[in-house]
Design a binder for this molecule. Structure first.
Ligand code: ASN
Ligand code: ZN
Ligand code: CA
Length: 332
């Protein structure tokens, strides 16, 4: 054993990720929904404040895969936090939200039929969704929320203007990266956000990274008026950049999902350099190039500089990063 996340003593029957293994710790005769770096999950039981009650269990088998067990949403939230912590540590070399090795609290069963989840500067919180049967705890959403904590503790991007869009897209980018990292057959990697939650009631996801405008509100392309939008819509161009730089423009089917990613304003087609390099380029940009007021032009310059530092100026990664920014209409 080389790392905490290889110690899987618990079994979780999750809502969205099938049967999962969890790193849990023991207290007296019961198990805690808490891992050995300190990610833990509590039950708010409908409250909208307070720390909630730590989930405990006698046999270390948690949840039943449906909302009929209070533990189930807790399993997904805890699994999401453990996988996100492991992704940042093992893939990006960051030791948690605060880069100090400590985990974070997740609270589930917030309010009544609350259709959202959030990071508040200290912790992640999840509502139970429509009918209290669709908790907002899928792994892409959990990693999205935890990544808001990483953003706050790195670039600290504002939540308005261009920076607001970069902030939201950063959470979608790492939300997606963690979903791929977890590699669950019940929730395979994709470039969609919230596809497991059925938030619209018709099976469509919350957001589409290949062509963000498919949600009816997000933008595919940068423009000088972008920053006036809600950050969940001004995120569109950077989500689109991540897809294009990773996979390239045009039509493609990946893991059984069909995508079709356009370029903006007649920009040339983009060749993808692969998600794993583009994730690292964006993390380096976030953590070493950007500040709270950074705009899309700063994102372009910072990402190209990061790609050069990581992979060299003549690398496909560097070319794809630059071409994808041109393809979302961020000028050189
Ligand atoms: N779920 C939303 C998010 O993390 C909450 C919000 O609007 N800030 O983006
Ligand atoms: Zn967000
Ligand atoms: Ca997804």
């Amino acid at each position: 054993i080389t790392s905490w996340d290889e110690v899987k003593n618990g079994t979780g029957n999750s809502m969205y990720s099938g049967t999962v293994t969890l790193n849990t710790i023991q207290s007296g005769s019961s198990w805690l929904l808490k891992d050995s770096v300190g990610n833990y999950t509590t039950d708010l039981n409908g409250a909208t404040s307070g720390t909630g009650t730590q989930f405990t269990d006698a046999d270390n088998v948690w949840g039943n895969g449906s909302a009929s067990s209070r533990q189930t949403a807790g399993v997904d939230a805890q699994y999401g936090a453990e996988k996100t912590f492991a992704y940042y540590k093992n893939v990006l070399g960051r030791n948690g939200i605060w880069n100090n090795g400590t985990g974070a609290r997740s609270r589930v069963h917030y309010g009544n039929a609350y259709v959202n989840a959030f990071w508040d500067g200290a912790q992640m919180t999840y509502g139970d969704g429509s009918g209290n049967t669709h908790p907002l705890t899928s792994i892409d959403v959990a990693a999205h929320e935890m990544s808001h904590g990483v953003t706050e503790n790195t670039a600290n991007l504002n939540y308005s203007g261009d920076a607001g869009g970069l902030n939201e897209a950063t959470s979608d980018i790492f939300g997606t990266a963690v979903e791929w990292y977890a590699n669950s057959s019940a929730d395979p990697g994709d470039y969609l956000i919230g596809e497991k939650i059925n938030i619209n009631g018709n099976g469509t996801p919350l957001r589409y990274m290949d062509q963000p405008s498919k949600d009816g509100a997000s933008k595919d392309c940068w423009s000088s008026s972008l920053g006036g939008l809600d950050p969940h819509y001004s995120s569109g161009p950077l989500n689109h950049w991540f897809y294009l730089a990773s996979e390239g423009s045009g039509a493609k089917t990946i893991n059984g999902v069909s995508y079709n990613s356009p370029t903006c304003g007649g920009a040339p087609a983009v060749t993808g350099a692969g998600r794993s390099n583009i994730e690292k380029v964006w993390y380096r940009t976030l953590s070493t190039k950007l500040t709270s007021s950074s705009n899309y032009a700063a994102a372009r310059n910072g990402a190209i500089a990061s790609a050069k530092e990581l992979y060299g100026a003549t690398s496909q990664t560097c070319k794809s990063v630059e071409a994808a920014f041109t393809a979302i209409a961020v000028p050189a």
